[in-house]
Design a protein around this ligand. Structure first.
Ligand code: SF4
Length: 369
């Protein structure tokens, strides 16, 4: 049964339809007083020729809010089993690919490997398979890791309030739920079957996680999935700011992955160029200045190095996107192709050379109750 719209879905439905037909004067005004209300102008084609100015303003805001620090984390894929069909994903149910779900003991060994490479923040990633990656399994993973992994997040299926609360009690700090696209029609076209097909269940999951005590909230949009990437960036920015206001004790991060080659063979409806991608990240930084911006190894090294100096506050490094891929690569299907194949040490060295401190684990700010 479909879930009714959550609080943010209702908020989003009440917003006017965006228009990205701003002119140069609108861009000038938006750069002078950036915010959510002028984000359409910053995302408009008219802002693209002024990318240098946009990047300069974004860099100033990032340095002011976050200093010269970039947090490093690693994804740990625990399973690529999935009962959902998403047209863009290499783990989609109907694809004939090598599947694997790690045992809890294997998850511990992969985590030890990553901790040995310096990581203290791990993101446990899985497809949506309620039998192979059950709530009990995930709770057991978090319980086993908590003694030697200071910061644990999950990027899995959505859960009930009770399960989020169990995970928090086990030691979970963060939960990541990408909406992929906020366009309901396009969402229905690309999420064909399974748990994830329910747009409202997906969109309200971050609210449920926050209300159950999850302290780091990750959201995102997959650029290239819908025909209008600008509308998705605007929606994800609205979502971030709404979450920050509704759950002010939490930390909110946003990611804007672009579609990459995968076993699905999916091609983006409209490609997002590198320049447009930088525009999207800069505009997001200016509209949601308190939100952390996350960049994965999907993007090539040179682009990641540039964005780390402009808007990004958190990066994965040395990533594998297949379960068991750190110790026994090549045994299971990866989710998508990685572009930046540098080691964590090489990424950390790049940040240091640029005058940034690579942060392997930052203390979660304690807020008086
Ligand atoms: S995006 Fe997630 S739910 Fe959809 S097919 Fe991939 S792993 Fe499964």
């Amino acid at each position: 049964m479909s879930q009714p719209p959550g609080r943010f879905a209702q908020h989003l439905a009440g917003l006017p339809a965006p228009a990205f037909d701003g002119h140069d004067d609108d861009v000038t005004a938006a750069l002078a007083r950036p915010g959510l209300d002028v984000l359409p102008a910053l995302l408009s084609p008219a802002a693209l020729p002024r990318l240098e100015e946009l990047a300069q303003r974004a860099r100033e805001v990032t340095l002011q809010r976050f200093g010269r620090t970039v947090r490093l984390f690693a994804p740990l894929y625990v399973s690529n089993a999935c009962l959902s069909s998403c047209t863009y994903c290499g783990f989609s149910k109907n694809l004939d690919v090598a599947r694997k779900t790690l045992t809890v003991e294997q998850v511990v060994v992969e985590a030890q490997t990553l901790v040995g490479r310096g990581f203290k923040h791990l993101l446990l990633v899985a497809g949506e398979h309620r039998v192979e990656v059950s709530a009990d399994y995930l709770v057991a993973c978090v319980e086993e890791l908590r003694s030697f992994v200071p910061s644990i997040s999950v990027e899995t299926q959505t859960w009930s309030d009770d399960t989020y609360a169990r995970l928090v009690a086990a030691g979970l700090e963060g939960a990541v739920h990408y909406q992929e696209t906020y366009d309901r029609g396009r969402y229905a076209e690309t999420h064909l079957a399974g748990w994830k097909r329910d747009y409202d269940r997906r969109l309200s999951s971050t609210e449920r996680a926050a209300e159950s005590g999850v302290r780091r909230l990750g959201i995102g949009a997959l650029l290239g999935l819908s025909a209008d990437w600008r509308a998705d960036v605007l929606a994800v920015a609205e979502h971030a700011v709404w979450l920050q206001r509704a759950y002010w004790r939490t930390e909110v991060t946003v990611s804007l992955p672009r579609i990459k080659p995968s076993a699905s063979g999916f091609q983006p409806l409209v490609p997002v160029s590198d320049a447009e991608y930088v525009q999207a990240m800069c505009a997001l930084r200016l509209a949601a200045p308190e939100a952390g911006l996350v960049l994965s190894t999907r993007e090539p090294a040179a682009l990641r190095d540039g964005l780390a100096r402009i808007a990004v506050t958190s990066m994965s490094a040395g990533s594998s996107t297949e379960p068991g891929g750190y110790l026994t690569p090549g045994e299971a299907q990866e989710q998508f192709a990685v572009s930046d194949e540098r080691s964590p040490a090489e990424v950390a060295a790049m940040l240091e050379a640029a005058g940034y401190e690579p942060v392997w684990k930052d203390a979660f700010p304690l807020v008086p109750g």
